[in-house]
Design a protein around this ligand. Structure first.
Ligand code: XMP
Length: 511
């Protein structure tokens, strides 16, 4: 691999987007904490450095800081929003509160004689989100863009290879954003474009071969895309020395367990042990209505079942899991960050079960790259294009106490919704859609009689990052069809609702 772009993370919600945009230009990017020691940055031999945005003000006491030595390595640096402001401040410029904050799209005028913006359209809409801005430039810098209220919306010192933009080129709403990132990465940092999933697959398979040697590997399959891609990679590397365990807790979507079983016995011959543990889960969850408690019980029971099944298989050498890059970033790439997202199904297991090593071949990949890798490896679209699905599955889409009957209503309604949304092609434009069993009963008429049955809600959202989301504007005729089919075909349902709430204030899931 040639030299990467290193991103120093000052805590912006867009940091991962910056890393993805760079990779979409086929250049590898890595995120480090903003205060990473200079030696750690240098050890990665970066071709360029990007300073991310951040939620704080650079003038606040205790504002996140960095080692300003990154500005004197002679490597190109691009500061975005907070990153631009911290660059200005570190080099003797000043940052002050703007007369008026700018949030959303602003018209930005670019100086196309500048190095960063050469060849671009001089005026375009860009995404702004700031209340502070650079008030005076450091020595050697010129202003290279402006908006109505922000006279220094970009700056550069081209001989020193330092650049800053107040707006967010990583956000898709910024029309020239992609061009600006490509200009920085390809024309200024002169990166080689060698980040492609087919070469990644070849390298990863070789690495797995050499890590595993003649040994065996245990992997928990969840039915989701990450663990399926890990299984496919390992299977290609070591064949049937891969042992997969699929714990069906009883809350999977319709046909989900079957799909995994088919793929990992027919197309990728591995040892697959599918365990129907649903009785145990329903038993443990009797009388439980609190969402958090449901999640905890399911997580703990999952680990217990997985451990028992693993022990039945006898001693295996290595343990594999589908940790992906956002998990790695979220577990500590911002100083003081305490969110450690452990894999809900296998936390703590590797050490406890005595494995010699942990294999995490997707640790450097974003979700869209995992899907691309799955396609390169030949997994079916039904697997690679799967929507995110929560570990506790339909259990948190069936509100209140869980019974088989209620979960079946959720599953059957969900299958109809999925089928019709896919038939209408909405899987291409809507990020996630599913049915929720509201646990609410209401009166209806069925034939000549009165019914008192369940209301199913349709949840469909569009989102870039699942941190914020809008409800999807689904065509009325499709809603009518889904409603008609669910009420006709799923016994126990007499009403269908549409959830028209954004996130925030609602979350995507209902529990
Ligand atoms: P929320 O409900 O927090 O969901 O707005 C955001 C995204 O995360 C998914 N989600 C989960 N994924 N384990 C997971 O692996 C979980 O416990 C979990 N809870 C929510 C959710 O489906 C959505 O895509």
């Amino acid at each position: 691999m040639s030299q990467p772009i290193v991103i120093l993370n000052f805590g912006s919600q867009f940091t991962q987007l910056i890393a993805r945009r760079v990779r979409q230009a086929h250049v590898f990017s890595q995120v480090l904490a903003c205060d990473a020691p200079i030696d750690e940055v240098k050890a990665l031999n970066p071709a360029g450095i990007i300073l991310s945005g951040g939620p704080a003000s650079v003038n606040d006491e205790g504002a996140l800081w960095f080692d300003p030595a990154v500005l004197t390595l002679g490597i190109p640096v691009l500061g975005i929003c907070y990153g631009m402001q911290i660059m200005a401040k570190a080099l003797g410029g000043s940052v002050a509160r703007a007369s008026k904050g700018e949030y959303g799209l602003s018209e930005v005028t670019l100086n196309t004689d500048s190095r960063l913006f050469a060849g671009l359209k001089p005026v375009s809409d860009s995404w702004m989100s700031h209340s502070q801005q650079v008030a005076s430039l450091p020595d050697g810098f010129i202003a290279t863009a402006a908006t109505g209220t922000c006279p220094i919306a970009a700056m550069e010192n081209a001989p020193a290879r330092l650049y800053g933009v107040q707006f967010h080129p990583e956000v898709t709403h910024s029309l020239l954003g992609e061009a600006i990132i490509r200009r920085f990465v390809l024309d200024i940092c002169l990166c080689h474009q060698d980040w492609y999933m087919d070469s990644f697959a070849t390298r990863a398979i070789e690495e797995i071969k050499s890590a595993v040697g003649e040994g065996t590997v245990l992997l928990g399959l969840s039915g989701g895309v990450d663990s399926a891609v890990v299984a496919a990679l390992i299977q290609k590397a070591i064949g049937d020395r891969l042992y997969c365990v699929l714990v069906d807790h009883g809350f999977m979507r319709k046909n989900e367990a079957q799909l995994a079983s088919e793929v990992f016995t027919a197309h990728f011959p591995a040892h697959l042990f599918a365990v129907d543990a649903s009785d145990r889960f329903f038993e443990k969850l009797k009388g439980i209505t609190d969402p958090e408690q449901k999640r905890k019980i399911i997580g703990a029971e999952f680990v217990a079942v997985f451990r028992e099944e693993a022990q039945k298989l006898g001693a295996l050498d290595h343990f594999a899991q589908g940790t992906i890059y956002p998990d790695v970033i979220e577990s500590g790439a911002v100083p003081g960050s305490v969110t450690i997202k452990s894999h809900h199904n296998v936390g703590g297991l590797p050490a406890e079960l005595g494995f010699t090593s942990l294999i995490e071949p997707l640790r450097t990949l974003f979700k869209d790259e995992v899907r691309e890798l799955g396609r390169v490896l030949g997994l079916p679209p039904a697997m690679t294009d799967r929507q995110p699905f929560p570990g506790p599955g339909l259990a948190i889409r069936t509100l209140g106490e869980l019974t088989r009957e209620k979960v079946n209503i959720t599953r059957e309604s969900d299958a109809i919704l999925l089928e019709e949304f896919e038939n209408a092609g909405l899987h291409k434009s809507v990020s996630q859609f599913f049915a929720v069993n509201t646990n609410l009963r209401s009166v209806g008429v069925m034939g000549d009689g009165r019914s008192y049955d369940t209301a199913i809600a349709i949840r469909a959202v569009t989102t870039d990052d699942f941190m914020t989301a809008d409800w999807a504007r689904v065509p009325y005729d499709l809603l009518a069809l889904v409603s008609r089919r669910i009420t006709n075909e799923v016994p126990g349902v007499n009403r269908v609702l549409m959830d028209v709430t954004t996130k925030p204030p609602a979350s995507i899931e209902w529990e």
